[in-house]
Ligand binder design. Structure first.
Ligand code: AMP
Ligand code: MG
Length: 306
């Protein structure tokens, strides 16, 4: 998927793993074919050119787009799969080493809004109203991790660790389970912030340490707050533990936007979800960790905090 590395570690017989890998390869290729915005012939690219018309869609796309809309609704629009025009505006401005103008921001914001996405299951169609553009980039990795877990389990593989571009999904269906240890990267220094111990589930981290660009003399986060049109500021990273990869992936992006307190409030309303949000300290020289109770219980701090 656009050059994302997929790493699998499975505890199984070699033949089961070979079969699972062959179907995984086909599955990833067909998803990319349908969902990539980098392919002009993909379903999503066609939808983005359809000017409001409803297009017949596969059940797979109806499922993932429905999930994207549900997660946008749940996060009050902090995660928004139609944020693309704002992402492009800030990316283009960064290339030109300037900040977008107010009219440019207003024009891009006019097209952003997950409410413009209309999904209908029977017959399966998707439509985008009001010139909206769909981009599944912020959930594709978590979604693929879920698909791969399903394929591995279908081959009878009982324990695996799946890593899609840094988004993790683990399962252990054996009677004698062994927990997985997951390193969480420090958002503003070398090395690990800490470690999580998990029996199963997905872990995704969104951070402003990746892919930022310098605009107007300061680094800007690649994640945009769809409500203001501005890049995220203050939150350094958000890690979410969830039963599914797609939830972990979308909610990590959402919590980066929401920040510590509203983010953890959201998580407390969602069963089975835990989170760790790292923010810059008010004095600017350190970091502050905020976590849900369920995450605190499984977290070991490895970094020295000032
Ligand atoms: P992630 O690394 O999973 O947080 O996804 C970040 C990518 O999603 C960015 O590179 C953008 O393409 C896109 N994106 C940026 N802001 C948002 C947002 N608020 N909601 C959904 N996708 C976003
Ligand atoms: Mg994400």
């Amino acid at each position: 998927m656009g050059g994302v590395a997929i790493r699998l570690r499975a505890w199984s017989e070699a033949s089961a793993l070979d079969r699972a890998l062959a179907s995984a390869e086909r599955d990833v290729a067909s998803f990319e074919q349908a969902a990539s915005v980098f392919r002009p012939d993909s379903f999503i690219s066609q939808l983005n050119r359809a000017q409001g018309r409803a297009l017949p869609a596969s059940d797979q796309l109806v499922a993932i787009v429905s999930e994207a809309v549900r997660l946008a609704h749940e996060s009050s629009g902090a995660f928004d799969p139609t944020v693309g025009p704002l992402v492009r505006l800030w990316r283009d401005a960064a290339r030109a080493e300037r900040v977008p103008t107010a009219p440019e921001l207003a024009a891009a914001r006019a097209h952003v809004g997950w409410q413009h996405v209309a999904v209908s299951p029977r017959p399966p169609t998707i439509a985008l109203r009001g010139d909206a553009q769909l981009d599944l980039g912020a959930i594709a990795e978590g979604y693929l991790a879920d698909r791969l877990a399903g394929l591995l389990r279908a081959e009878g593989i009982a324990r695996a660790r799946i890593d899609v571009g840094g988004d993790l999904l683990m399962f252990d269906d054996r009677v004698a389970k062994e927990p997985f240890r997951i390193g969480i990267r420090h958002p503003s220094a070398e090395g690990l912030l800490g470690e999580l111990e998990l029996d199963s589930g997905a872990v995704a981290t969104s951070g402003c340490y990746e892919r930022f660009a310098v605009v107007g003399g300061k680094p800007r986060c690649h994640v945009i707050d769809p409500r203001s049109g501005q890049p995220v500021e203050g939150t350094l990273s958000a890690t979410v533990v969830a039963p599914s990869g797609i939830d972990a992936d979308a909610l990590a992006t959402a919590l980066l936007v929401l920040g510590a307190q509203p983010g953890l409030e959201l998580v407390s309303r969602l069963p089975g979800i835990d989170a760790l949000v790292v923010t810059r300290s008010p004095t600017g020289d350190g970091i502050v960790l905020a976590a849900s109770a369920g995450l605190t219980a499984r977290f070991t701090l490895r970094a020295k905090l000032p």
